[in-house]
Design a binder for this molecule. Structure first.
Ligand code: FAD
Length: 394
């Protein structure tokens, strides 16, 4: 039965209210501990599971909540208010789910897996980065080896977020030992079929709760676990836009929370000196204008992508203009989050600089600096500069 759009809006507003409550009551109170101990935010993830949010993007016909990408982005933003790491894990999981939903519906195996994901609220991680390739998503060293209808694969992955706590991992690899580096496939592997040999820990500046340690991943499975679409197409159609939109959205949540902290600090100051408005209120106005730019950028990119998903022009995703704009979203959002949180820090002053203050902005600022590295901004700029030269003048 098709629900009217206002019914769906009301239902989504009710879900968002629950996410906010969960953020306030469960996620935020543990955010400092998760960050300090660089530990997996298991309570928050359990709470997300209780709302069935790990299957949020899976279509209703497969038992999921059938949310849109715009709604996934909104939830990412809300979670960002409470804990950057929890929000990042949510977003990274949804990026993998989007790849499955957009490119796995024609496969019996993948449809059955998506049902299982919903029922068991399975958490999916990603292994794209590879030792020797860095953040170059478009090429792999490792290759799958097929024998009959089974495959085996070994990947040296320097960073797999929540690798230990995930139930499944989606891995990029060359199609075969003879394939060129760019002829990649996207493979879904299950915990029962892989081992993770630790090669590096995760004692980092920010996003500490993502537990993104390095591993040698050794796995095997059935050839049905290889998505039928070439990875280059999955990347352009799904992984690239979904990643940049959900990441930017959760960064917006972190930046908005920093602004909320700055606002409450200025409000306190104003109450203390009612006759002299604090100078910092002017800075608050400036910072809010930057935050608005960030919000508008994300809004435009997310709506553009949702419209492409809702349309039926498969070629639209490889349009240079769309790719460049999606890259620009990531470049801008990763700079603006540092700008907004830095401004908030200047407003709050030493109370923001303290780890032990209720106005602390240390975690926000440390998380903010990770955003430029999640696919290095210079790599993205390099890609854009090539595309801009090839693009026709418009
Ligand atoms: C919080 C967090 C979570 C992450 N989670 C995951 C995960 O779950 N799974 C995963 O696979 N990866 C993950 N990553 C890895 C991430 O997406 C990048 O792939 C990784 O950080 C790249 O490492 P790098 O900066 O050393 O390498 P590179 O991207 O290789 O960059 C190193 C340097 O080389 C330069 N450089 C190299 N090549 C070029 C080029 N062609 N053009 C321009 N400059 C270039 C870069 O500018 C940079 O200065 C995560 C990263 C972070 C920060």
């Amino acid at each position: 039965m098709n629900m009217h759009s206002n019914e769906r809006d009301t239902e989504f507003a009710a879900l968002l209210a629950k996410v906010h409550a969960m953020g306030r009551d469960i996620i935020a109170p543990l955010a400092a501990e998760v960050d300090r101990d660089a530990r997996f935010p298991r309570e928050g993830m359990q709470a997300l599971r209780s709302l069935k949010l790990l299957g949020a993007y899976v279509p209703t016909e497969l038992g999921g909540l059938g949310l849109t990408l715009l709604q996934i982005a909104k939830i990412s933003e809300v979670l960002g208010h409470y804990c950057g790491s929890t929000a990042m894990i949510f977003a990274m999981h949804q990026i993998q789910v989007a790849c499955l939903v957009h490119h796995g519906m024609s496969s019996d195996y993948m449809r059955a897996y998506m049902r299982q994901l919903v029922t068991e609220q399975r958490l999916v991680a990603s292994a794209t980065t590879e030792i020797g390739k860095g953040g170059d998503l478009r090429s792999s060293i490792c290759a799958i080896e097929i024998e009959g209808d089974t495959f085996s694969l070994t990947k040296k992955a320097p960073v797999i977020s929540y690798g230990v706590d995930a139930d499944d991992i989606m891995v990029t690899a060359r199609r075969s030992a003879n394939a060129p580096a760019s002829d990649q496939v996207h493979v879904l592997v299950h915990k029962s079929d892989y081992t993770l040999e630790p090669i590096s820990g995760w004692d980092t500046l920010g996003f500490r709760g993502t537990c993104s340690a390095g591993f040698i991943l050794m796995c095997q499975g059935n050839v049905n676990q290889i998505l039928p679409t070439p990875f280059s197409e999955i990347l352009g159609h799904s992984m690239h836009p979904t990643a940049h939109i959900t990441w930017a959205s959760l960064w917006l949540g972190i930046a908005s929370d920093a602004m909320n902290i700055a606002r409450s600090f200025v409000r306190n100051e104003a109450r203390r000196n009612p006759n002299t408005p604090p100078i910092s209120s002017l800075r608050l106005g400036e910072a809010d204008a930057v935050l608005q730019t960030m919000r508008n950028d994300i809004h435009a990119a997310a709506h553009e992508y949702q419209a492409l998903l809702d349309g039926d022009d498969a070629d639209a995703f490889s349009n240079f203009g769309f790719v460049i704009r999606t890259n620009n979203l990531k470049l801008n959002a990763s700079r603006l989050i540092v700008d907004v949180v830095g401004r908030a820090m200047l407003i709050v002053g030493i109370s923001g600089y303290r780890n032990d203050s209720k106005f602390s902005l240390c975690r926000h600022l440390r998380d903010a600096y990770g955003t430029g590295l999640m696919v290095n901004n210079d790599r993205i700029l390099n890609h854009n500069s090539t595309l801009l030269l090839m693009q026709r003048e418009g």
